[in-house]
Design a protein around this ligand. Structure first.
Ligand code: 5RP
Length: 221
């Protein structure tokens, strides 16, 4: 199977995983990216079996609505039973790098609220040590240079993602040259820099379940 087929396979596996947990009043959290898009398309097939969704990006909200799936403001819901989203990297502890699609802040918020976080990823995302994929950091625009200098002090090489404005009106620095051996510590250190909104390490709140698409099928980690 090619990478796209693996993404489809894990998206379908996520439907099979969440379907028994859904009730008529359930709210499903929905992530962002090409793997999440496959999930959204499959979710349309079972849209009568839950109440609605909260989306981690405007793009995902639009795709959900195009399928006739209700999308709620997160402030309007009491509970998100499950959040399903892709990742740019995952380690064996299901700690992730996310934000390749610049949606990391809303993704982290929905993941924090959700009772359960299910990550869906093709096998190319599996690593022993996080950091080969440049770590996205969402930054308040006026703090961009300050944050970049502080990141250099932490050993990273930040690159401004030109032309990208997040759904929250901020900018992204992609941090290269990292080998993140203590992801929780590094996530916290980045959060301490004034001007950082969110960083793409999902370590303090890792995924509860990882559905990984491999040549041997979808493995549950
Ligand atoms: C978006 C994300 C995505 O989950 C991540 O970039 C993976 O994307 P894809 O499923 O297209 O490989 O974090 O901000």
């Amino acid at each position: 199977m090619n990478q796209d087929q693996l993404k489809q396979a894990v998206a379908k596996a996520a439907i099979d995983y969440i379907q028994p947990k859904l009730e008529s009043d359930s709210i499903v959290g929905v992530g962002t990216g090409s793997t999440a898009n496959y999930f959204i398309d499959y979710l349309a097939d079972i849209k009568g079996q839950f109440d609605g969704t909260v989306a981690s990006s405007e793009a995902s909200a639009e795709r959900l609505k195009s399928h006739g799936i209700p999308v709620y403001d997160l402030n309007a819901v009491d509970q998100v039973v499950v959040y399903v989203d892709g990742a740019d990297e995952t380690n064996p502890q299901r700690m992730l790098i996310k934000g390749g699609g610049a949606a990391l802040t809303r993704e982290k918020i929905v993941a924090a609220v959700a009772d359960e976080f299910v990550c869906i990823a093709d096998g190319s995302k599996w690593v022993d040590v996080l950091g080969a994929f440049p770590l996205p950091v969402e930054v308040i625009p006026m703090a961009r240079s300050h944050v970049a200098r502080e990141i250099v002090k932490l050993g990273g090489s930040p690159v401004y993602r030109e032309g990208v404005v997040t759904d929250n009106g901020n900018v992204i620095l992609d941090v290269h040259d990292l080998q993140i051996t203590d992801p929780v510590d590094f996530e916290n250190k980045l959060n301490q820099i004034v001007g950082v909104v969110t960083n793409g390490l999902f370590a303090a709140r890792n995924a509860d379940v990882l559905l990984l698409g491999t040549e041997n099928g979808v493995e549950t980690k």
